[in-house]
Design a protein. Sequence first.
Lengths: 309, 320
Amino acid sequence: MAWFRKPKKPLKSGDRRDLPSDVFVKCEGCGEILYREKLAQNLHVCPACGHHFRVGVADYLRILSDEGSFVETETALRSADPLEFTDLKGYAQRLEAAEKKTGRGDAVVTGRALLEEQPIALAIMDFSFIGGSMGSVVGEKIARVGRLALEEERPLVLVSASGGARMMEGIYSLMQMAKTSAVLARMHEAGIPFISILTHPTTGGVTASFAMLGDANLAEPGALIGFAGPRVIEETIKQELPEGFQRAEFLLTHGMVDRVVDRREMKETVARLIRHMFVHDGPGFARGSPESSALPAAAPGESGKDVRG
Amino acid sequence: MAATPHLEFERDMVEVQEQIDQLLELAEKKGIDVSRELTEMREKLQTLRDETYRNLSPIDQVQVARHPRRPYTKDYIERVFTDFIELHGDRSYRDDAAIVGGWARLDGEPLMLIGHQKGRDMKANLHRNFGMPHPEGYRKALRLMRLAEKFRRPVVTFIDTPGAYPGIGAEKRGQAEAIAMNLREMARLRTPLVSVVIGEGGSGGALALGVTDRILMLEHSIYSVISPEGCAAILWRSADHRDKAAEALKLTSSDLHRLGICDEVIDEPVGGAHTDWDGTSARLRTTLGRHLQELVAMSDDERRKLRWAKYEAMGAWRDR
Ligand SMILES: [Zn+2]
């Protein structure tokens, strides 16, 4: 049999060894072999099936902010390991290893940025830092970026990815849920928009605090979003969970998120929402929330882009 | 023997108590004087209690917080408050019996009382879901808190739950959203709020009633981000190490006070609240009344500012 008539076999996982993994990657959604470079250009969304690959903080910064506009804040904050927590490994060692691995002080990056020229406050969680868990530093950085949003009257855009609370900080990690929600309460009263973007996976104390409190909750397709983890639920109810349970589309159906948004349309969607809620860029009604006299109403007849910020 | 539900470390005490009971029975039957023996044995029991309860390990504290004879929310409602009238339902889905709430009076003053409710036996626990709320429980609680705000009455919450219920319906109906909304709205309420951890303060399910101007804890209650069993299963890879997890998590009332989360620890009678419901209730009433008086004296703006400052300061970080 001639070599070219060999029947074509679909690639099996064993065959992947033959493909250099720094050049190719297999889609977890459809099994298609993809060029890494092409995939990156497509914002790490499979062009064949739309599967959203998990992306890092740097990628999401590029996805959401105008080029070169992001300026990071609060880079110096580090956990104080208040309980001197040790399990099979010391928490201090875990922190050190995570910082070495990620180059970051904790599981969230915050700062100022422009999004379609609109000044925003931006926070992006890093799942690769101890599972994106929320301890004192994550809570404090989100509180600070929330206060920055309040003081500078910028909408806050926050991208979540988290396994929940950082149990090595005990009660302090639980209280970060209350702390971040308290800052959001003040933003709520001041009429400062908060856009929550939920990516895979967002669970536990992060979902049960700021991630669910957006003026718009936007979820990436297929993202696992919930309070209790699926394994905990299965162990409790002693039955298998239905297909698609706790996925973004499930949350949309049950009314917990406003939209499931393709990553390639995320920036535009956020920009449009912010303009609807916050920026006065057309003729018509006066702007401003009734509870906040700090926001100046647009002068009559004024038109064109808002320049606040 | 031993019909009294008790914990492992209570066994000696239960034995002495049973000996006392037998002696009393014998004395009555035979009409003999046992007062000398009785005094001796009661003293022995007291010493045993003092020693045991002075040296409770964190995991023992967890056991006491979950003691099957420990008073629950409704037991305190009967003993601390008057004129309680329960209100039901979240006006959206159903009434969640794992949380009870309604108008009550403390020293004659009206307030809204809300608390997790555990069941005393299996039947009651099926009804109360072991004190583990569904989303509608938190939404009922928030509805009642807003009602209190409307009529300018303070809110008192009793925290006693293993945690929010992990189930399909709970997730479908937005467990996370319900808890989150309580956290944000409790931060904003223009009325005094006091929470008292009376037993188990289990994670997000506890915190959803816990964003308050004052956080009080009964001496043998606990408050934790995760149960020691859950923590041990994840970090020690086996729930058998729960004693180590209980130690590491710093979840006792004295820990929480030292860490600046709990404003005041309410001492329980020696032997724990389960040995003296009335005594515990009396102490709780006095302390609660004092905190409410302080809070009512403030303006709404001042109180809210202090509440925000308190929560926004929580945590421990280094600013290198
Ligand atoms: Zn694909």
